[in-house]
Design a binder for this molecule. Sequence first.
Ligand SMILES: Cc1cc2nc3c(=O)[nH]c(=O)nc-3n(C[C@H](O)[C@H](O)[C@H](O)COP(=O)(O)O)c2cc1C
Length: 186
Amino acid sequence: MTPTLAIIYFSGTGHTAQLAEAIRSAASAQVTVEPHRIVGTDIVNGRFRCDKALDMIDAAAGVVFGSPTFMGGPAAEFKAFADATSDRWSTQAWRNKVAAGFTSGSCPNGDQSYTLNYFSVLAAQHGMLWCNLDLACGHNPSGLNRLGTQLGLASQGNAGVVPESDLLTAAHLGRRVADLLVRLSR
Ligand SMILES: Cc1cc2nc3c(=O)[nH]c(=O)nc-3n(C[C@H](O)[C@H](O)[C@H](O)COP(=O)(O)O)c2cc1C
């Protein structure tokens, strides 16, 4: 059976959404991909209430977390989602799923690493297996991973424009996670 990869992300002005689409498109060659963009109506009185999104991750073999970096961490909308996963945490219902992450900021070093760090700790809380980025900045001819984060994809975009290199890095991450899911499913 073809494994399923969930992508759960928030995007305010669309940069993170462009990265999500690049991941979705690349991963789709090997696995079934189900994206969910967190929107304001998923959150009621400060709490994430979209059971459909949580059920989607229940059924997936892997998940990619995405959020812009806001004030050196994930956006409040993503954190609301993360807090809503605590029931799953208590039973370790998501243990051994593959997890990865991506983020966007407006600065080349706008503390995006802290958002990726948060994603990896969230994955660890759930007993998930973290999939990093296997791209040595400055030492691969493709020029991918231009900001040099290996925990996941850090991107930098402004005014709706995400550099091509970051979109290609997103596609690389999508292929990497999908390849891992296929290998684990054998
Ligand atoms: C409230 C707020 C806080 C932000 N904090 C940061 C930050 O800490 N570092 C950074 O590089 N960019 C920061 N930015 C810029 C956004 O991360 C950046 O524009 C990002 O690409 C937006 O992604 P989106 O288009 O998916 O919403 C901030 C923007 C907002 C609105």
